[in-house]
Design a protein around this ligand. Structure first.
Ligand code: PGA
Length: 238
């Protein structure tokens, strides 16, 4: 099965840097048998769409509101993103949950409205270190997934919070186990996220229930992002 590699730029790369990166990405000759997506911050979306036009690389936002318009200061809507040519969005990233009060309810509202509007969605779930240590990983995943429904345009990203930006990656076995659990609850493709790098991508992506990766830090440099995409293409053939 074709693997999906999504680069989550977080709050990095304004227009100027995004333009340079997307042009390089365009010329990087990524393998054809991997699906590639970048998630720039809002101000860089239009430019990324423009720079990647005519390629197979999709542009996703990092968040999206459930209403089409309204008095929601600081939010953007699916129709606004679609007007720019944006193909999908992340929803419920742990940094949104941790710093911006995003709850399971809000995440579910965003996910279903975005899907209904025609966007593709990568919905993020994952336990904190304390939750894992307390043996609550499955309970947390079940709670986070409870309000979501399977959809052809929905992908889940399993991102254990203790592995995000820490350099501590889940072992392939830990990731595989969590992915299997998620797939029992929701029949959708599942990406792994949390310190994915060229050095660990191959063994993570070789796991049968790992359908791709959501990459933060290593997606900001072309060399490491392209290496992860190549590892995904190889993993898909075995
Ligand atoms: P990381 O981030 O690869 O830098 O750990 C992943 C993410 O937060 O999506």
């Amino acid at each position: 099965m074709t693997k999906l590699i999504a680069g989550n730029w977080k709050m990095f790369k304004g227009q100027r840097e995004a333009a340079v990166f997307c042009r390089e990405l365009r010329d990087a000759e990524l393998p054809a048998d991997v699906d590639v997506v970048v998630c720039p911050p809002f101000p860089s979306l239009a430019l990324a769409v423009q720079a990647l036009a005519g390629t197979e690389i999709g542009v996703f936002a990092q968040n999206c509101h459930w209403a089409a318009e309204g008095a929601f200061t600081g939010e953007v809507s699916a129709p606004m993103l679609q007007e720019l040519g944006v193909y999908g969005t992340l929803v419920g990233h742990s940094e949104r949950r941790q710093w911006f009060g995003e709850t399971d309810d809000l995440v579910a509202r965003r996910v279903s409205a975005c899907l209904e509007a025609g966007l593709h969605v990568i919905a993020c779930v994952g336990e904190t270190e304390a939750e894992r240590d307390a043996g609550e990983t499955h309970t947390v995943l079940r709670r986070q997934l409870a309000a979501l429904e399977a959809d052809d345009n929905l992908v889940v990203a399993y991102e254990p919070v203790w592995a995000i930006g820490t350099g501590r990656t889940a072992t392939p076995e830990t990731a595989e186990e969590a992915h299997e659990r998620i797939k029992e609850l929701l029949d959708v493709p599942v990406l792994y996220g949390g310190s994915v790098k060229p050095e660990n991508a191959a063994e993570l992506l070789a796991q049968p229930a790992v359908d791709g990766a959501l990459v933060g830090g290593a997606s900001l440099e072309l060399a490491s992002f392209a290496a992860i995409c190549r590892a995904a293409a190889v993993a898909a053939t075995v």
